[in-house]
Design a protein around this ligand. Structure first.
Ligand code: 5GP
Ligand code: ZN
Length: 138
């Protein structure tokens, strides 16, 4: 996709209006238009990276501390009791907008479970073999 056609580039540059909760030289943080819960935010780098694998490591390193600040503000200002930090890479992982972004999803006492999975099973041999394969790629 051309960066010119990227909706999150346009939002990050301020060409498309958004409910912005934070902005600095590297990021714009906006509220998601299809929120999983009240206050669901998206951290958008201003520079276009398709996903985390393409991201500049200096920019990427700033994301988690920012997510922590946003989550803390959700707790103090919205009464959230916790928050999830979610980041999808690739269609199979649920990524629908191919401009790196990080979801910060506030969670409220008694609210529905939203981010989770059913634990599977694995034996020791498979665990070792899988670990070895991933190690090779690092
Ligand atoms: P993904 O599935 O790619 O991780 O997340 C994309 C998110 O962007 C979705 O939660 C969706 O609701 C949100 N989204 C898509 N288009 C827009 C938009 O134009 N403005 C805002 N604020 N959020 C958007
Ligand atoms: Zn973009």
């Amino acid at each position: 996709m051309r960066v010119d056609d990227c909706i999150f580039c346009k939002i990050a540059r301020g060409e498309i209006p958004s409910a912005t909760i934070y902005e600095d030289g590297d990021f714009r943080v906006i509220l998601d238009l299809g929120p999983a819960s009240k206050g669901h935010a998206l951290i958008l780098p201003k520079e276009h990276f398709k996903d985390l694998c393409e991201a500049d490591s200096v920019v990427a390193a700033k994301i988690l501390p920012l997510a922590g600040r946003v989550g803390q503000a959700m707790k103090t200002e919205l009464g959230a009791s916790g928050f999830n930090v979610v980041q999808n890479n690739g269609e199979s992982a649920g990524q629908t907008v191919f401009h790196l972004h990080v979801h910060v999803i506030p969670r409220y006492e008694g609210g529905p479970a939203m981010v989770g999975w059913t634990p599977g099973t694995v034996d020791a041999e498979e665990l070792d073999e899988t670990a070895e394969r991933i190690r090779k790629g690092l």
